[in-house]
Design a protein around this ligand. Sequence first.
Ligand code: GDP
Length: 341
Amino acid sequence: MSHSGEQHQRPGHYGYVGFATLPNQVHRKTVKKGFTFTLIVAGESGLGKSTLINSLFLTDLYKDRKVLNAEERISRTVAIIKHTVGIEEKGVKLRLTIIDTPGFGDAVNNTESWRHIDDYIDQQFEQYFRDESGLNRRNIQDNRVHCCLYFISPFGHGLRPLDVDCMRALHEKVNIIPVLAKADSLTPAEVCRKKMKEIKQFGINIYQFPECDSDEDEDFKTQEQILKNSIPFAVIGSNVQVESKGRKFRGRVYPWGVVEVENPAHSDFLLLRNMLVRTHMQDLKDVTREIHYENYRAQCIQNMTRMVVLERKRRWVELRKMQEVLERIQEQMQHSHRSGC
Ligand code: GDP
């Protein structure tokens, strides 16, 4: 058998037990089970959320969507709409759930318009907490939200109060990834300016990319650094295929030229998709489970313990009162006995 630094034994060699196949066993089992990922999209309507989701996952998740007019939108509160789609690639199945929040930021008064998103995330944690504390823990459906793509408007002067309030309200519960919407409407210098440290300045804790181990190769480290520097990702979405110079691609055609969604010179779309799907999906799920859900769970247990202590205290006070009444009755009886009544 080999220890680190010693010679490795090959299959068929003396001393080969076979635990080197463990990763394959895990791989087979997880592939069979399939994967799930839940993403919430937030940001005011018209910022290109549905277009970007369709472009990211090459699906049409919003076929039945009805876009409301201004009058209908004024009175409407934020809705939570769940779209689920099963996608498969090379035998790997992914059940993707997108939680949409139509109406976000549409009302005249938008204070606390993020409250519905906040409640939704909590409800999923609560459901999971109940399920895993219940009797049948085998087939728990995990609907916890793994990531929130928060769309920042490219117009105006940076973050709006609603953006700051919303991200601050959610940052301890979900991995927030901010994106700068409709980046094709900005010049490179404007993109650069909008990426400045505003998010940190407001004390918003967005999703932190895991630190690279020192033994990782240089390419990987550079890639990770590029990702960190790109936040918020400046993105472009499109639902149409464009044909130009003999090539077909997702893009947007303007009188002055064509923007390619997947061209790194035009936007950070590819960076975002690679990060979300190819490199960090598992980490987003791990952080949800190990940090956000654990915090929720610890809080729940703390509240439950506090309630038990309060209940005990209440019962003790009641008991004490009853004891006092009994003592008083006893005293009265003794008194009347002594006075011979
Ligand atoms: P949602 O309400 O946030 O889901 O926004 P939609 O995806 O429905 O997009 C609203 C409008 O913006 C549509 O007319 C889209 O064609 C357009 N749009 C979507 N993405 C982009 C983009 O990246 N750049 C530009 N310029 N327009 C976009």
